[in-house]
Design a protein around this ligand. Structure first.
Ligand code: FAD
Length: 430
């Protein structure tokens, strides 16, 4: 029997909190946000011998395949292997990236070509996959639903009530339409602008501007073919990621959906006023950022038909990720510059680990005393935070270092970088 109850009453008096739900041996986990991290957590909580009850609450009305490309590096791909989803990802257009090529901005000359493909699989035990973000999310959504997670779309969480006496052990998830959901554990997987983060920290804590912004988009094979440029035609057929490195900016290009679509991300200095998250720029302004760059790249850039600017934000490190049996994951707790292609990968790892910890606790005779159960869950989520914080922090600071490395201006440091990179024997790449 499901332990979930959704109350229709609008009142929120603390005396009512969880008052009509008996404690159950099965944990009810409510996940706020059906992004990649939230869905990975849902799958992990459902795939154990004794699965948790899982409700994922997502505010968008429909899960449609929007967005552009994303990498699933081998650490995240191992989670997908564990879930048994790698073949589905490949059927959905995901492919194994064969090489990662760094190029000089002026002429597109190759600085180094890093082999991925078989080498990554051999060394890390999983593939490095590139895929359309919407296709990735659909594979996870489908798996979560098949495993029995409830997905409530068009539903926004506005608050959590933990009760006057924390030993009571119940969390009430308050929805915008006034409905209330009883939960044992709440996972805030609600992304960069998380409201759950404010709940956990007890104060607003907006992410910090990094000084960079991204333009990104996809376009078709026909658009690229129309140039009749042999260099572009050569790039179209490769299952590679191409990166042009230049002063204070770089560009990333790779195919999607069986080379019928192509992804381009341009990372440049942020010129938006403080506090502005996104703004429509002009195609001309965007093109100007790459004046004097490799003509192959500037042709590819001319395929973009929108110049939406996305400010890139991050955190150094949050004081805490948990409050009693409520925890944050993914961009809600450790947003990052995307320069290591690890933001979603870290969110997926968070979700997988939470699922393992919660289901293991449940298998080991979960206490039926509300106070003891609350204590067990609180300690478990603190353990999750200790396990994850250092690793995610290394990624956030590593992405900042990668920016410095990628964005060097022409000069001694840049020449040294390029010369060292070009001397690296392929097998020594980390
Ligand atoms: P999100 O994907 O943001 O999901 C949060 C969800 O919560 C959303 O669906 C939202 O609608 C929902 N939500 C929010 N508030 C509420 C509420 N109150 N109630 C209900 N629902 C709510 N990462 C990689 O691993 N590889 C890459 O190649 C990569 N490339 C990137 C390129 C760019 C340009 C950028 C900007 C990022 C990139 N990232 C990449 C990072 C990655 O996109 C994020 O780290 C990842 O999407 C975070 O996942 P999440 O599940 O934490 O949050």
């Amino acid at each position: 029997m499901s332990s979930m109850e959704i109350h229709q009453e609008q009142s929120s008096g603390s005396a009512k909190i969880g008052s009509n739900r008996p404690l159950n041996k099965t944990l009810h986990v409510v996940i706020v946000g059906a992004g990649l991290g939230g869905l990975a957590c849902a799958i992990a909580c459902r795939r154990a011998k004794q699965p948790c009850d899982v409700t994922v609450v997502e505010r968008v009305p429909e899960m449609i395949a929007i967005g552009s490309g994303i990498h699933i590096p081998p650490n995240a791909c191992r989670v997908m292997q564990h879930f048994g989803l790698v073949e589905q990802l490949k059927s959905a257009g995901g492919y194994v990236v064969q090489d990662f090529t760094l190029r000089r901005y002026k002429d597109g000359n190759i600085i180094v070509e890093k082999p991925l493909g078989e080498r990554v699989k051999r060394e890390y035990g999983a593939d490095w996959i590139a895929i359309h973000r919407g296709d990735y999310q659909n594979v996870l959504l489908d798996a979560a639903q098949r495993k029995g997670a409830r997905i409530m779309t068009d539903t926004e969480v506005v608050d959590i009530e933990q009760g006057v006496d924390e030993s009571e052990g119940r969390q009430i998830v308050v929805l915008k339409d006034g409905r209330r959901i009883d939960a044992d554990v709440v996972i805030g997987a609600d992304g960069l602008w998380s409201s759950m983060r404010e709940f956990v920290l007890g104060r607003p804590m907006p992410p910090v501007e990094t000084g960079d912004l991204a333009y990104r988009g996809t376009f078709t094979r026909d658009q690229l073919k129309s140039f009749h440029d042999p260099r572009i035609d050569g790039l179209i057929e490769k299952s590679n990621v191409q990166v042009w490195l230049g002063p204070s900016r770089h560009a990333v290009f790779y195919p999607l959906r069986n080379k019928t679509e192509f992804n381009l991300v341009l990372l440049v200095a942020d010129d938006l006023p403080e506090g502005v998250r996104t703004a429509q720029g002009s195609l001309e302004e965007m093109g100007k950022c790459f004046d004097g760059w490799d003509p192959t790249l500037t042709r590819i850039i001319s395929c973009l038909n929108s110049a939406l600017k996305w400010k890139l934000l991050h955190f150094k490190e949050l004081d805490k990720w948990t409050k009693g049996p409520v925890a944050l994951l993914g961009d809600a707790s450790h947003p990052t510059l995307p320069y290591q292609g690890q933001g979603a990968a870290m969110a997926v790892e968070d979700g997988a680990i939470l699922g393992v910890l919660l289901t293991r606790l449940q298998e080991r005779n979960l206490s039926l005393s509300p106070k003891a159960r609350n204590g067990q869950l609180t300690s478990l989520l603190q353990l999750y935070e200790r396990l994850r914080k250092q690793r995610t922090e290394i990624n956030v600071s590593g992405a900042v270092l990668t920016r410095e490395f990628y964005h060097l201006h022409d000069g001694d440091a840049q020449q040294e970088r390029d010369s060292e990179l070009s001397k690296l024997p392929a097998a020594k790449w980390q």
